[in-house]
Design a protein around this ligand. Structure first.
Ligand SMILES: Nc1ncnc2c1ncn2[C@@H]1O[C@H](COP(=O)(O)OP(=O)(O)OP(=O)(O)O)[C@@H](O)[C@H]1O
Ligand SMILES: [Mg+2]
Length: 253
């Protein structure tokens, strides 16, 4: 735990005159639950989009587990263990919870060229789907269509979908968006437990400061596309630049 899993060097992205990412230099450490915060339009989603491969960077380098992946397409990154979830819910609503997880599990299994007899493979896939459902606490909803889940559970399901790729590193863009406090507690407990298992490193984009400060081991603050703070929750709370940006928001006081 603690070794760099992702190194970001001098990453830039402009949309017309808006510099959405400005000379971003960061290292994400393995096993450290990290949050990315910043006001609306700070460049959080832009950064995640570049890291996960859905948006090309203008310049800079992204190195994942020692390999330069800057120009890699999404699917190649996913295969290497780098996944993300989206700011808006992104499940297949008409499919059951089980099937929503089974699809990515099957995709991954087909790619790994293991010569399994189909019957064994079927059992293995089912077992893997059930393991993920257990990890995210949705076993009892396996047969429920995703559309019938609460909003909170749909977001939990998304985490499960991301886990199906057996990722080393997962970016979650506002996992608690639109959730009530109870749902929030559930998904956060989930993420904390999954992080503690140590197989996956989580990086979370989050607006809710209570969530950020209770969950994170490290906080990165963006503002106008720049990193203006990076450290422990205590360091971020006491960072004058960060306090200035969040001035008036009592959560920081
Ligand atoms: N596809 C795009 N085209 C043009 N401008 C964009 C695009 N995507 C983002 N931007 C701009 O880049 C800046 C950063 O946006 P981004 O969505 O990364 O912010 P964010 O920190 O995720 O904000 P939020 O908290 O609202 O989700 C904003 O000024 C935004 O308007
Ligand atoms: Mg965003």
């Amino acid at each position: 735990m603690g070794a760099p899993i992702l190194v970001i060097e001098n990453l830039n992205k402009a949309f017309g005159r808006v510099q959405a990412a400005s000379n971003i230099d960061l290292t994400i450490d393995e096993g450290v639950l990290t949050s990315i915060i910043g006001p609306n339009g700070a460049g959080k989603s832009t950064l995640i989009n570049m890291l996960s491969g859905s948006l090309p960077a203008d310049s800079g380098r992204i190195v994942f587990q020692g390999t330069d992946i800057t120009d890699w397409p999404i699917h190649r990154r996913v295969r290497m263990g780098l996944c993300r979830s989206f700011q808006v819910v992104n499940v297949f609503p008409e499919l059951t919870v089980f099937d929503n997880i089974q699809i990515p599990v099957l995709t991954i299994n087909n790619r790994s060229r293991r010569m399994l007899r189909s019957i064994f493979k079927e059992t293995a896939v089912r077992r893997e789907v059930n393991e993920i459902l257990e990890k995210i606490g949705l076993v009892s909803e396996a047969r429920t269509p995703a559309s019938a889940l609460s909003h909170g559970d749909q977001r939990v399901l998304e985490v499960g979908i991301a886990l199906a790729a057996r990722p080393k590193l997962v970016f979650l863009d506002e996992p608690t968006a639109g959730m009530n406090p109870l749902e929030r507690v559930k998904i956060l407990d989930n993420i904390r437990q999954l992080s503690d298992l140590g197989q996956t490193t989580f990086v979370i984009v989050e607006h809710d400061m209570d969530v950020v400060f209770s969950l994170s081991q490290r906080v990165i603050v963006l503002h106008h596309g720049e990193v203006i703070g990076d450290g422990s929750t205590e360091e971020i709370r006491n960072n004058p630049r960060v306090r200035e940006v969040y001035l008036g928001e009592e959560v920081m006081v």
